[in-house]
Ligand binder design. Structure first.
Ligand SMILES: [Cu+2]
Length: 99
């Protein structure tokens, strides 16, 4: 029984290294807009892996946008490049523009 316990502890330790700190992370990425909600200031982006933010696989997810006015120049289906910050309340897109 010693071995499984030891490896679990190792896994927990490695995970704690990778998840700290959980704030003040940022990254740049590209993706495709699949939905724009100007009123809520949110976008849905289909994007590839963003390793800096612990997203090792492609995914589609909803992001808050810091400056919703930036969405006026965009439409669903656009390929975009964007910057993301991760703070204590989650992910925020700080810059987004057509690629
Ligand atoms: Cu993601």
């Amino acid at each position: 029984m010693k071995t499984p316990m030891k490896s679990l502890t190792t896994v927990a330790f490695v995970l704690s290294l990778y998840s700290a700190p959980v704030y003040a992370e940022s990254a740049s990425a590209t993706g495709q807009l699949t939905k724009i909600d100007t009123e809520a200031g949110k976008v849905t982006i289909k994007h590839g892996p963003i390793k800096a933010l612990d997203m090792p696989d492609p995914m589609t997810m909803i992001y808050r946008v810091k400056d919703p006015a930036a969405l006026k120049a965009l439409k669903t289906g656009d390929n975009v490049k964007f910057d993301i910050d991760q703070d204590t309340s989650g992910y925020v897109v700080t810059r987004i523009e057509k690629k």
